[in-house]
Ligand binder design. Structure first.
Ligand code: 16G
Length: 245
């Protein structure tokens, strides 16, 4: 990032040269994934260029997903992700899926308690307005990488104490004899917005997947209605298709 190198060389806008220099620093590992970028003011002073130029180069790299701005804490180098290949034919839980890949999961709780159901929840779970539902909102993290935001809703009949769920909802449902055996899932494209994007560590506007899952007990009763946002840069959903007779 030396001022001489930036000023010298082929003609062209300074911000593009700075962008290229920063990109090289990231690709060569001089700037590591997760590292904070020096403040824009320091970069401008050091390279002897204007803050507007620095801002333009950084904006470009944020737009392309190489850097991410976190409110109040600065700009960071984005970690490239190994995509999760998720089967669409098995009814598994996030904890099980990650354990199978040797990853440790952890949750940041956004919501965990008993509430009266919203009209959507009443209709989908088949509950009266005076019923109670357990809502479990979590940022789901695997090996320190945030992957999804999930908001699960379960009738309090099945989960009277939501605090019982410390890591796996399905493990608790299994213990209580009401693990779902069938689910219908809808996946739609979604452009992420803040604060969700910020929680997932991606720029606002990044591609995401909005997923809804309604899962059932063997009796046909709905046990879970979950709305999630998955990172589009981290997931491939894979289904096996066969020719029907
Ligand atoms: C999966 C399910 C979610 C379920 C959760 C339970 C999708 C899109 N979502 O993430 O509906 O609530 O697993 O995971 O597949 P847990 O047992 O680890 O809490």
């Amino acid at each position: 990032l030396s001022p001489q190198r930036l000023q010298a060389g082929a003609a062209g806008p300074l911000y593009l040269k700075l962008r290229q220099a920063l990109e090289e620093a990231i690709n060569s590992g001089r700037l590591n994934h997760g590292d904070a970028l020096p403040p824009e003011r320091d970069l401008a002073d050091y390279a002897n260029i204007s803050r507007v130029t620095v801002r333009k180069a950084v904006d470009d790299l944020v737009r392309d997903g190489l850097l991410v701005r976190r409110h109040g804490s600065g700009t960071f180098v984005v970690k490239p992700v190994a995509r999760v290949q998720q089967s669409l034919s098995r009814l598994t839980s996030f904890t099980e899926d990650m354990a199978r890949r040797g990853l440790k999961t952890h949750a940041r709780w956004l919501d965990r308690g008993l509430f009266h159901p919203s009209p959507d929840e009443m209709m989908i779970l088949g509950l009266p307005a005076d019923a109670l539902v357990a809502r479990l909102g979590r940022l789901r993290v695997a090996d320190d990488m945030p992957l999804a935001i999930e908001r699960a809703c379960v009738s309090a009949d099945f989960l009277p104490d939501p605090q019982q769920v410390e890591s796996s909802l399905y493990a608790v449902l299994e213990e209580r004899g009401c693990r779902p055996v069938r689910a219908v899932q809808r996946i739609s494209a979604y452009n992420m917005k803040d604060p969700d994007a910020a929680m997932l560590g991606v720029p606002a506007g990044s591609a995401g997947l909005s997923i809804e899952r309604v899962s059932y007990l063997p009796s046909g009763r709905v046990v879970e209605f979950t709305r999630s946002i998955y990172r589009g840069d981290a997931y491939d959903f894979v289904a096996e298709l066969t020719l029907s007779e």
